[in-house]
Design a binder for this molecule. Sequence first.
Ligand SMILES: CC(C)(COP(=O)(O)OP(=O)(O)OC[C@H]1O[C@@H](n2cnc3c(N)ncnc32)[C@H](O)[C@@H]1OP(=O)(O)O)[C@@H](O)C(=O)NCCC(=O)NCCS
Length: 168
Amino acid sequence: MREGARDSSLKNFKNFSSKRGGPKIRPAKKEELDALLSLEETCFKEETFHKKQLRYLLSKAKSIVQVAEIDGNIIGSMIILLRNHISNARIYSLNVHPEYRRAGIASLLMDTALEYLKEQGFKNITLEVGVNNKAAQNLYRSKGFFVDKTLYKYYKNGDDALHLVRKL
Ligand SMILES: CC(C)(COP(=O)(O)OP(=O)(O)OC[C@H]1O[C@@H](n2cnc3c(N)ncnc32)[C@H](O)[C@@H]1OP(=O)(O)O)[C@@H](O)C(=O)NCCC(=O)NCCS
């Protein structure tokens, strides 16, 4: 997974009305490509998906794009890549808009994914997280992931990543 931005612009979300109601977790629609791209650009400082990549992920049979929606706006997303033949799923991307963090939204996206993947018979989930991304590491630890190995110079900027695994 990419490294998360620590300081993000709110340019695309400044007109949010309120935080009324809980988030709805649901599959993304193909026509939500631009909303997903905006969220990406807000949450990741570099290595953001290009439009073409994201469009491909939205239409690919072996990937799942889930969103968290509040008041009709997409404020979180998770992308999962499936590998049926080895019963392994990889969390490829997870982000929550800065204005909605620490409200349990990533936790909810993760719980929804874990439940679904278990039901589907997947045995392992893997992901990569930046060594400096303590927020995400805390989240994954709280969900039962453990460090499998370090991936040196995994990111374009030379930062290392941790490869995490969770059994289902
Ligand atoms: C990481 C991220 C997805 C967390 O989203 P979130 O909705 O704020 O997370 P939650 O509210 O569900 O937090 C669940 C747990 O994660 C940990 N956590 C989340 N944010 C944290 C922070 N800023 N500092 C420390 N721990 C944090 C905590 O253990 C938290 O539980 P708690 O609130 O009961 O203490 C979000 O910060 C984000 O989008 N960051 C930028 C993109 C990114 O780094 N993605 C992950 C790439 S691997």
